[in-house]
Design a protein around this ligand. Structure first.
Ligand code: F6R
Length: 259
């Protein structure tokens, strides 16, 4: 099962995960990071800004999880723009080494395969940062997604469009389709780190970590991964049945193990 780490708040989660990423980059300067967008990973990126200062990050590579289909890449809420603004620029990464799925309509038929090829050519993702949707999606793998799925076009649920409407002027502006790494793609990353904060994510977290393995809850796919870490605040952990055990396990974990 995934290792669950319950922390005091999002800031503490960001510091913990950023420290793991720094260690990874120290050992492998051309590490391949799997980058999530949305609100959840922001504390990680913020903590990384500080921790990476003075380090050479010119070789670091990255692959975003997903992108809206048909959105202008220059639109401030395209995931290309978000990754540039929140990750590439503040961390000083080389933009040529940071990939985002191509949501352009005219090449969309082969954009998924192209992305899979690029991930493979990079030798796979070392550490994949994940958030989780209130409906249990990871990446934009909505309920019903195959555990074997690869990067492809998906239709966003109404709930996800409503959740993401806060980033746009109105829900009508939220695209209906996306291109996302599949669950099978995500499962090939060497280390999964899923973060979640707040009561609104509590049920999705409990279902993903402790519920049955099911396509109806795409996040449950992490149970198939040999090295998955779930970092949550108290509110997001509130529906976990084994929360006492997770706390006990983490408190007694040898420090050399990391997360
Ligand atoms: C974003 C992504 C999504 C989000 C999820 C949670 O790249 O893949 O799975 O992680 O929708 O979004 P936030 O973090 O905004 O609550």
């Amino acid at each position: 099962m995934a290792e669950v780490v319950i922390v005091e708040n999002a800031e503490a989660a960001g510091a913990l995960v950023a420290a793991e990423i720094v260690e990874l980059i120290d050992g492998r300067p051309d590490a391949v990071l799997g980058l999530a967008t949305g609100s959840t990973p922001l504390p990680v990126y913020k903590a990384l800004r500080e921790k990476l200062t003075g380090r050479d990050v010119s070789q670091v590579r990255g692959f975003a999880l997903d992108e809206y289909v048909g959105i202008d890449p220059a639109h401030p809420e395209s995931y290309r723009s978000v990754i540039t603004r929140e990750v590439v620029e503040p961390l000083g990464l080389d933009p040529r080494r940071i990939h985002v799925p191509n949501g352009a309509q005219d090449t969309i038929q082969h954009a998924g395969d192209d992305y899979e090829t690029a991930i493979e050519a990079a030798g796979g993702v070392d550490l994949q940062i994940l958030g989780i949707g209130t409906d249990g999606h990871i990446g934009f793998n909505e309920p019903g997604s195959s555990f074997a799925s690869r990067t492809r076009v998906k239709t966003l649920t109404v709930q996800t469009r409503e959740d993401n409407a806060r980033f746009f002027d109105s829900i009508d502006d939220v695209p209906k389709h996306c291109i996302t790494q599949g669950l099978g793609t995500i499962l090939r990353a060497r280390h999964l780190v899923l973060l979640a904060f707040g009561e609104g994510k509590a049920q999705a977290v409990a279902d993903a970590v402790e519920g049955p393995l099911s396509a109806i809850l795409p996040g449950s796919a992490i149970q198939l991964h040999p090295h998955a870490t779930v970092v949550v605040d108290e509110a997001a952990a509130s529906r976990l049945r084994l929360s006492d055990y997770y706390r006990y396990t983490y408190a007694n974990k040898p420090s050399w193990q990391g997360i």
